[in-house]
Design a protein around this ligand. Structure first.
Ligand code: GAL
Length: 679
């Protein structure tokens, strides 16, 4: 059987190396001059200079304005703005405009759009909409891409190809006839023969035995649950089909402009996406991410840091680009709250602190028409005499002062947190013991506890764990081959591993590993779980350690591990809730309960003490800290999320103000200080 899907970014080292896309850190945003009369363009470029913008994403949704009828191209306006931007010293990340097929194409070929699981075809009037499996769409898209590359490939403003936009955002999971054909080909390539598929998915259940690949439908609406193996493979297929479109565009661009780097914007934020970005990251010349905070989440900065650390993991530790975020409110949440004073800079710089070599916004100028008319921008509806424009301009000056950090990397962490899209896909593929637990629930909570303690953590896919002293494995549901051995090796060399409930439960085909949970890691942990006990919303089970369990518990028997805490109530009273197996100086801890915040914090303190892990610096609560290092320097980011001054123990020179500190740094409420540390 051919393995068509993995999530380990093993080939990152073979990535091509290009000059960085701007002088200093990249700063700017999505620019849609087509929405404005040309007089406004002159003002735009003037304001860009004032704000310090050096990089824009151009042409993202402009296909219908460039190819005005089938095969009829009108480049005039794009020629003029490319020249104008170049003259103004602004570099261009030129988008292939395939994220919005033109109306004439949709009218002539309605079959290029996606179909949902109920058979509804996506109609005209939105964006993306195209089916990555449509050969007709592919032909038109690649003709456009080639024409664009041939026209602008030598333009001096061109720095980066920005392929399409958020591929998969509004066009993931198509159930169309085209998708069905490609899915069946994909399955045949993966399994080779139909009996291998039957065996992998366990199709004897409900007598689903297939006798040929053309009987295997995409999981269209069927009133009952589909086979979990089929669902998981459909997730993989979806990611591969979308990636296939990116690769096809990339091939055209590389053929025309081999020396221009190519990327596409990922959506690493919030919940797990439909694209397996760990795998996609190998295919881009620069990892670029879009990130938007949830205004209603009081701890949104924690989710931001978690996402930024995930992106760094995908880029193999290399600097990456924050290619979209917002200056203030978005327009797609229920209540679109403006960012508070200083939040814009804290957000941008938190990404930079975690490895981004630039921060671009969606968008330059707020649209007056169209479905995003209330989305924030660098230049709001009110114009440049506004709080947001002033804050952006200040940020531009800060980023110019931070130019020396470009190319530096986040200092290596001693803690790894394992995260894997395959586990997310497997967990949401099929009916589960707890239907409301999302895959990111526990990884995000661990990340928050570490970040609050100012401890650096790498968020990485399962694979080589060489340099880590503490490895946290939260709800890593699917056991990728080799992860058990990699974890055992950490413990054997004296390192420490924490595995939580719902880890190592299924194999790569989403089949339960039998013989007691967690099948893949029971020997490592010295435990054996015979039954899950998910809890109802109003149930709270105390532990004898003082912690409490919510949402999840399970019946554990120790087989070589000692018990650290027990359930002190409920059905499992007296049974182990947290256990530890010791091997020489290494340990393997098992967490069988979804703990309250304080309980999880105590566990994290215990693990850090066990592994002897210190914070990046000693700092007060409310400060977010991160260190980037180069061969010759070390830079400390101190981001104050509190509304009073906070201090950290550090020495060095503030890269922005030039102030020097010897021992203690005070960071004003809501402010950010970046120090070049004294050596
Ligand atoms: C992104 C998208 C942008 C814009 C933005 C609004 O998902 O790439 O084009 O729609 O969201 O927040």
């Amino acid at each position: 059987m051919q393995e068509t899907f993995t999530s380990v970014s093993a080939d990152l080292n073979s990535q091509r190396v290009f000059p960085w896309i701007s002088d200093g850190l990249a700063f700017g945003g999505d620019y849609s001059p087509e929405q404005w009369p040309e007089e406004t363009w002159l003002e735009d470029v003037e304001l860009m200079r004032r704000a310090g913008v050096n990089s824009v994403n151009l042409g993202v949704f402009s296909w219908g304005l460039l190819e005005v009828a089938d095969g009829v191209f009108e480049w005039g306006w794009l020629d003029r703005i490319m020249d104008l931007l170049h003259a103004g010293g602004v570099g261009v990340n030129l988008a292939t405009p395939t994220a919005a097929p033109p109306m004439w194409l949709l009218a002539a070929h309605p079959e290029i759009t996606t179909v949902d699981e109920f058979g509804h075809r996506t109609q005209r009037g939105g964006r993306l909409a195209w089916d990555p499996s449509s050969p007709v769409f592919r032909t038109y898209a690649l003709r456009m891409v080639r024409a664009l590359a041939e026209r602008y490939g030598q333009h001096p403003a061109l720095r980066l190809w920005h392929v399409s936009n958020e591929i998969g955002n509004e066009n993931a999971r198509s159930y169309s006839p085209d998708a069905e054909r490609e899915w069946q080909v994909w399955l045949e390539r993966r399994f080779g023969d139909i009996e291998a598929l039957n065996s992998a998915w366990g199709t004897t259940f409900w007598g689903h035995h297939y006798t040929s690949f053309d009987q295997v439908m995409p999981p269209r609406h069927a009133r009952t649950g589909h086979n979990p193996g089929l669902l998981l493979d459909f997730e993989r297929f979806t990611s591969d089909a979308l990636l296939g479109h990116y690769l096809a565009e990339r091939e055209v661009l590389r053929g025309v402009t081999p020396d221009i780097p190519i990327t596409t914007n990922f959506m690493v934020m919030g919940s797990p996406s439909t694209a397996d970005y760990g795998r996609w990251a190998r295919e881009v010349d620069l990892v670029a991410n879009d990130h938007y905070t949830q205004g209603a989440d009081p701890e949104r900065e924690g989710e931001l840091s978690f996402s930024a650390d995930r992106v760094r993991g995908m880029s193999g530790g290399r600097p990456w680009l924050l290619i979209e975020h917002s200056t203030s409110a978005v327009n797609w949440q229920t209540i679109n709250r403006a960012k508070s004073r200083g939040e814009l800079a804290r957000n941008s710089l938190a990404h930079v602190a975690r490895g981004a070599d630039g921060a671009l916004f969606f968008q330059w100028r707020a649209s007056t028409a169209g479905s995003e008319q209330y989305h924030s921008a660098i230049v709001p509806h009110a114009g440049a005499d506004s709080r947001v424009f002033r804050e952006v301009t200040e940020l531009g000056a800060t980023l110019r002062a931070l130019a020396p950090i470009r190319g530096s990397r986040v200092a290596p962490a001693r803690v790894a947190l394992l995260l894997d899209e395959a586990s997310a896909y497997a967990w949401r593929s099929g009916r589960k013991p707890h239907g409301e637990l999302g895959y990111f629930d526990l990884p995000l909570k661990f990340h928050r506890e570490l970040t609050r303690r100012h401890v650096a953590v790498d968020v990485i896919a399962p694979g080589e764990l060489g340099g880590y002293d503490l490895v946290i494995v939260p709800t890593l549901y699917l056991a990728t081959p080799g992860t058990d051995e990699a974890l055992a090796a950490v413990v054997e060399r004296g390192g420490h591993v924490l595995v939580s409930y719902l880890s190592g439960i299924v194999d790569p085909h989403n089949r339960v590993i039998s013989g007691g949970y967690p099948g893949a890691y029971r020997d490592l942990l010295g435990v054996w779980v015979d039954e899950h006990y998910p809890l109802f919303d109003d149930e709270v089970v105390p532990l004898d350690s003082g912690a409490s369990a919510h949402g999840w518990t399970e019946r554990v028997a120790v087989r070589g591990a000692e018990t650290l805490a027990r359930f002190a109530g409920g059905e499992l009273v007296g049974e182990p809730a947290i256990t530890r197996r010791t091997v020489g100086s290494g340990t393997a801890t098992y967490l069988a309960a979804r703990l309250d915040r304080a309980g999880l914090g105590t566990l994290v303190d215990d693990l850090l003490a066990l592994a002897g892990i210190e914070p990046v610096v000693v700092a007060e609560a409310g400060l977010e800290v991160s260190r980037r290092v180069s061969d010759s320097a070390s830079y400390l980011f101190l981001i104050n999320h509190a509304d009073v001054e906070r201090t950290a123990h550090a020495s060095g020179t503030d890269l922005v103000s030039g102030a020097t500190y010897d021992g203690v740094v005070g960071v004003p409420a809501g402010a950010v200080v970046v120090l070049e540390e004294s050596r």
